[in-house]
Design a protein around this ligand. Structure first.
Ligand code: UDP
Length: 467
């Protein structure tokens, strides 16, 4: 790429791990394709980006990072609260979003100062479309979801099938999708059941999308071709699928010196285990369980008689559990090197909350999954995994909840056994490996994601030239 037509892209992710991690990967991807990338974040989140950008410097790749102040206290949040996993109760969520609306001026100052060629801003910053327009640059939306969920959410909003059922547990079909996608009101966000502050906010999000330049999707065509087509052709969206971001960067990462993560004790523990013999249990960065739910998980895992790694962020593990299962299981308190674990050949399956990043990481590692959705679009991702791709089984979670207490140990045991042993598990693993192959192909030169990224860059350069 010639220096004078180098694109400079601004990235502005929502302050949550599930948005920060893919944005970092997306920025690396753009940089390795010749763009200059600047990520905007807040002081608390700054080190995550800086550390990651330090690691790729010696490859001749650089990500620039700039911080803006987060008005936590002004919005009614505790001081120092700058990331969504710090929110301890539901009623803080609207306050968090209120704080993000107060960032517009600071972002615009940076746009003025740096004059980037495009702004990739999270869906949760609807005002970013207006900001980009002020500087005459395209705004791209990043949702952090796949096509399947994007299509289903769009049709839920449009047709409102949830209004035609008598109870919260009566199933209804999301109209007009390529597959029969069944939901209940219990699985929808509280704000999709009744009008709240959040409903209004989501409407703004949709409005800003309509006037934006288009959407960047962390997915690949072959994973959900019917939905990639539906999103563009039926719903009429402009979208570029350039993922899985994490795989796009794998080649670069291989050249990075071994990081602390790679010496994590769990990987050495996995080295001593047989192929496909361990189930990895992790529920993302924001999950919360009651202690009784943690007990059910412990009992369920133990009764499955499978080896396991269980990542637990907070809460109490029942007395004696660790001692009793020390031959079979490893408990990680806090943050686990998830992608390295999933890629280890000893991992045979993944018990996941179906966050989109975790879903793609499971897909990229070729492991069957037990699905236990909790909130956000996770119930939709579950349907993609179990009904469309057929690479997982549902544990049977029926209800959207931020603090989870809804699955019994017997259901956990049954689902874990189903993905770890027997005919069905072999079939699912075989299908999962097929999907992984397609994912790797998509990001190679000439693959669907690779080509879509080139197409996006081409469009952005053309706009730039005509200015
Ligand atoms: N993650 C991790 N270690 C952990 C927990 C989470 O590396 O102990 C990463 C995981 O690999 C994924 C992200 O955090 O990239 C979580 O994103 P996801 O969309 O799956 O769920 P969310 O946290 O947004 O609910």
């Amino acid at each position: 790429v010639m220096a004078d037509d180098q694109l400079h892209i601004f990235f502005f992710p929502l302050m949550a791990h599930g948005h920060i991690i893919p944005t970092l990967d997306m920025a690396k991807l753009f940089v390795s394709h010749g763009a200059k990338a600047t990520i905007i974040t807040t002081p608390l989140n700054l080190p995550i980006f800086v550390q990651s950008s330090e690691k790729i410097k010696h490859l001749g790749l650089e990500i620039y990072v700039k911080a803006i102040r987060f008005p936590a206290v002004e919005a009614g949040l505790p001081e120092g609260c700058e990331r969504m996993d710090q929110l301890t109760s539901d009623d803080l969520v609207p306050k968090f979003f209120k704080a993000t609306t107060m960032l517009q001026q600071q972002l615009e100052l940076l746009l003025h100062e740096c004059q980037p060629n495009a702004l990739v801003a999270d869906m949760f910053f609807p005002w970013a479309t207006e900001s980009a327009a002020k500087f005459d640059i395209p705004r791209l939306v990043f949702h952090g979801m796949g096509f399947f969920a994007l299509c289903a959410l769009e049709n839920l909003r449009h047709y409102k099938p949830q209004k035609n059922v008598c109870s919260d547990t009566e199933p209804f079909v999301v109209p007009n999708l390529p597959h029969k996608v069944k939901l209940t009101r219990m699985k929808l966000a509280p704000y999709d059941r009744e009008e709240t502050e959040m409903t209004k906010f989501i409407e703004q999000v949709k409005e800003s999308e309509l006037t934006s330049f288009g959407v960047i999707v962390n997915s690949f065509y072959e994973l959900e071709p019917d939905y990639a087509d539906y999103y563009r052709k039926v719903l009429g969206k402009r979208a570029w699928h350039v993922g899985p971001f994490l795989l796009c960067n794998r080649k670069n990462e291989e050249k990075i010196h071994k990081s602390d993560d790679e010496h994590h004790e769990c990987l050495q523990w996995l080295d001593t285990k047989k192929q496909n013999s361990v189930i990895y249990v992790c529920f993302g960065s924001m999950s919360n369980f009651t202690n009784s739910q943690i007990e059910e998980i412990a009992l369920g895992l133990e009764a499955s008689e499978q080896e396991f790694i269980w990542v637990i962020r907070k809460g109490e593990i029942p007395d004696g559990f660790e001692e009793r299962t020390k031959e079979k299981g490893l408990i990680i308190r806090g943050w686990a090197p998830q992608t390295l674990i999933l890629d280890h050949e000893a991992i045979g399956a993944f018990l996941t909350h179906c966050g989109w990043n975790s879903t793609l990481e499971g897909v990229s590692a070729g492991v069957p999954m037990v699905t236990w959705p909790m909130f956000a679009e996770q119930f939709l991702n579950e349907q993609l995994i179990t009904k469309v791709l057929k690479i997982g089984v549902a544990v049977g979670a029926e209800e959207w909840s931020i603090v989870v207490d809804n699955v019994k140990s017997e259901a956990i045991t049954k689902a874990v056994k189903c993905v770890m042993v027997g005919e069905e598990s072999m079939e699912m693993r075989r299908r999962a490996k097929e999907v992984t192959k397609m994912a790797n192909k998509a990001v190679e030169e000439g693959g669907s994601s690779y080509s879509d990224l080139n197409a996006l860059f081409q469009e952005l350069r053309t706009i730039n030239l005509h200015k």
